[in-house]
Structures are given as structure tokens and as C-alpha cells.
Ligand binder design. Structure first.
Ligand code: GRF
Length: 205
């Protein structure tokens, strides 16, 4: 089955690009119906345009969170979508927002990628925090979103090493390459199986 995605972004868009490239190359049976950014002029919007994907900017500043979320939910409702994908979306979603995307098993159909082995290093600067902590191994987590930040049922995790000569930049580059491989692979699993079965087993990648 092919799945219909909405991708929420705030910045560079390299994960969006990886998803779109996986779709184009036939590795991911999905379509991106809409990209929604809470900031104008970001790289992700240019990537959507290049791939002929519709996008919408719904500025999060200076409106109140509840109003911003209402607008995003309304935009999503105009589209026929199966899952909401957070690809560098730097906003915390309220329980009210989540309630619009609950599946029959009680999971929210919202998927996030986070650049650490959760529950280690939640938060905005996971690469920086893991690097500063001197880890010898870090990783990437793809998970379903719940009411807490960088928390929720884990779908897949993949480790990557920190090398002794790494700078924060080379460490991030190694992690990003893992993100770009893992995120489309997990979405492809979602196209073939229920969220409940994936949560139970996690994707073995
Ligand atoms: C990625 O590191 C992702 O894991 C995190 O935010 C970053 C977004 O990067 N949630 P990009 O916009 O996909 O390039």
C-alpha cells in the first residue's frame, strides 16, 4: 500500500529531501501531499518546490500556539493524508493537536525523527549535547509522537560511532547520513504494516 504523507518542517529540509528521493527512486511507496512550514524562506520549501510538492507557510510567530495549531490542522484537513511526518519541525504539539490524528489502536499517526538514542539526549540540540557529553556511540531514533517532548513509542533506532578525531560537525554529518537512510526505511515499513505491529517489534535495521 502506498501511504499519503504531510511533512511538517521548520528549516533546512534534508530529511524531507531524503524522503522525496526515496519516493522518486521507488524505495518508499508514499506520496508527500503537502509540506507545511512554520517559517518562510527555509530550505525545505525550496526542496518541496524542486520536487513539485505543494507547500504552505503558516507562520508560528507572532500568533498564539493554539491559533497556529488550529491553522495547521485546518490545512492538513484539506488534504487526504494517512500520516503526519515531523522532519525538523521545531514546535511542540499540544494534546489537542494530537487528538486529531489518533488511530484505532490509540497511537497518534505522527512520526518524528530525533538525533539521539532516546531516551538519551532529548531536546533541541541532541547532537551538541551527546557530543559534549563525550559519548563513544550515539544514534538516531524514529518514534511516534505522544504528549511529551521527544518521547513516544519507538519505531526504530540505529547507532553510529563517534570517532576520536571527530568535530561536532563531522559527528553531525555521520548522524545525518543515518537519518537520511533510516527515516525513509521506517516510513516504508509503515506502508506495509500497522503502527501497532511496528511498535511491538521495532524496525530491525
Ligand atoms: C534533524 O537532525 C532531525 O533529526 C531533527 O532536526 C534536524 C532537521 O534537519 N529533528 P533537516 O531540516 O531535515 O535537514
Amino acid at each position: 500500500m502506498s501511504i499519503k504523507l504531510a511533512v511538517l518542517v521548520s528549516g533546512r529540509g534534508s530529511n524531507l529531501e531524503a524522503i522525496l528521493e526515496a519516493i522518486d527512486s521507488g524505495h518508499l511507496r508514499a506520496s508527500v501531499e503537502i509540506v507545511i512550514s512554520n517559517k518562510s524562506g527555509v530550505g525545505a520549501l525550496a526542496i518541496a518546490k524542486r520536487h513539485g510538492v505543494r507547500s504552505s507557510v503558516i507562520e508560528s510567530a507572532p500568533v498564539k500556539r493554539v491559533e497556529h495549531e488550529r491553522l495547521v490542522v485546518a490545512e492538513l484537513a484539506k488534504n487526504d493524508i494517512d500520516y503526519v511526518v515531523l522532519a525538523g519541525y521545531m514546535r511542540v504539539l499540544s494534546p489537542e493537536f494530537l487528538s486529531h490524528f489518533k488511530d484505532a489502536a490509540g497511537f497518534y499517526k505522527i512520526i518524528n525523527i530525533h538525533p539521539s538514542m532516546l531516551p538519551a539526549f532529548p531536546g533541541k540540540d541532541a547532537y551538541g549535547d551527546a557530543f559534549a557529553a563525550g559519548v563513544s556511540t550515539s544514534g538516531i531514533t524514529v518514534h511516534l509522537v505522544d504528549e511529551h517532548v521527544d518521547h513516544g513509542p519507538i519505531l526504530a533506532q540505529r547507532e553510529f560511532p563517534r570517532h576520536p578525531q571527530d568535530t561536532l560537525d563531522t559527528f553531525k554529518q555521520r548522524g545525518l547520513a543515518v537519518e537520511h537512510d533510516l527515516f525513509p526505511a521506517v516510513l516504508e515499513e509503515i506502508a506495509t504494516r500497522s503502527l501497532a505491529s511496528l511498535v511491538k517489534e521495532q524496525v530491525r535495521k
